[in-house]
Design a protein around this ligand. Structure first.
Ligand SMILES: Cc1cc2nc3c(=O)[nH]c(=O)nc-3n(C[C@H](O)[C@H](O)[C@H](O)COP(=O)(O)OP(=O)(O)OC[C@H]3O[C@@H](n4cnc5c(N)ncnc54)[C@H](O)[C@@H]3O)c2cc1C
Length: 301
């Protein structure tokens, strides 16, 4: 784990304190608060704070005064209804604040999700740690031959060894130069804000990231998906695990309708109806392009 004993002691101290509160508390999330869960070789995800629980979603949907079930439908049924019908604002009543340590190239993908609040570690002010993401040999994959935005089998033999050597060697060399440039012994020392520019994109950064549950689900749907790059997907999967313990009904609905569900176009739905009636439909008779047909088959097969 990439935490120093001092950092771990701070986390333990936070977890050792508790206070009474009138606010809604999700027991499942209380068990995770502050704990750093490792991701990749030096990264982690930890929950700094959260607001709301499953009941906060239904409470907002009903605009109710208390926390009890006031309507005919129960909380889980109502949450599933809201998710099914894209009634999203009740999910925005829940908030999650994370502390994430991640490689810069993962951060570049992550930051594209604009509907969150971010504060990143300042490499103008502070000195970056000598920590670089080096993939495990099994994650050192070749370029995919079928998908320009994907990867294939793991590299092997001399090529794998050479690539690993490049990654480690380049990281070490650039960090040595970074340290040398900012050093102030016998020289002025280059400003940190400039010296960082030669560091590679696999160096780790950190940020606090706060987002509401609706937009978090949007992030997770895109980044926990099998098509997302492995290095961001593992963070999304870790967050899924935390969210499942925090808002189990909402996560269950999300897992069912979004992660496990599929959106069908009008043409796809028409094909499905024809197929259910026993008609043999092909790509040529479907009205869909080859790509659409391939994806449609991926859904129905
Ligand atoms: C598999 C994959 C491949 C990708 N490949 C590329 C790529 O090659 N190049 C690239 O540049 N990006 C790429 N992206 C990033 C992608 O295009 C989105 O920028 C990213 O997923 C964030 O999604 P978002 O904008 O919906 O999220 P958020 O920024 O969280 O926004 C959520 C929603 O809020 C609304 N919204 C937010 N801000 C605005 C705004 N300013 N104006 C209008 N509506 C807004 C939109 O409805 C949006 O969907 C890729 C993403 C994935 C998952």
């Amino acid at each position: 784990m990439p935490l120093t004993p001092e950092q771990q002691a701070e986390i333990d101290a936070l977890r050792a304190q508790s206070r009474p509160t009138l606010r809604a508390v999700a027991e499942g999330m209380e068990a995770h608060l502050y704990t750093a869960y490792p991701v990749l070789d030096h990264g982690f995800v930890r929950v700094i704070d959260y607001m709301g629980d499953d009941a906060a979603i239904t409470q907002a949907a009903r605009v109710s005064y208390g926390r009890g079930t006031k309507a005919v439908s129960n909380d889980e049924g109502l949450i599933r209804y809201l998710m099914r019908h894209w009634h999203s604002t009740p999910f925005e009543m829940c908030e999650l604040k994370l502390h994430v340590k991640l490689p810069v190239f993962v951060a570049r993908q992550w930051i594209r999700h604009r509907t969150a609040n971010v504060n990143e570690y300042s490499a103008r002010y502070s000195i970056l740690d000598r920590e670089f993401y080096i993939p495990r040999p099994e994650d050192l994959a070749a370029q995919s031959t079928v998908n320009n935005q994907g990867r294939g089998e793991a590299l092997s033999g001399e090529e794998a060894a050479r690539v690993l050597e490049y990654l480690k060697g380049d990281a070490a060399r650039t960090y040595d130069h970074y340290e040398e440039m900012i050093g102030q012994e016998g020289q002025q020392g280059l400003a940190r804000e400039l010296a960082r520019m030669n560091l590679p994109a696999n160096i780790y950064t950190q940020w606090y990231w706060k987002v509401d549950l609706h937009n978090l689900f949007h992030f997770l749907r895109l980044r926990a998906d099998a098509h997302a790059q492995y290095e961001i997907r593992v963070y999304a999967e870790e967050i899924c695990r935390l969210v499942k313990d925090w808002v189990p009904y909402a996560y269950g609905a999300f897992e069912d309708y979004r992660l496990g569900g599929a959106t069908l176009s009008g043409k796809a739905l028409d094909c499905l109806r024809r197929m259910l009636k026993g008609e043999e439909v092909t790509q040529e008779t479907s009205g869909m392009s080859k790509g659409e047909w391939r994806e449609f088959q991926g859904v129905v097969d």
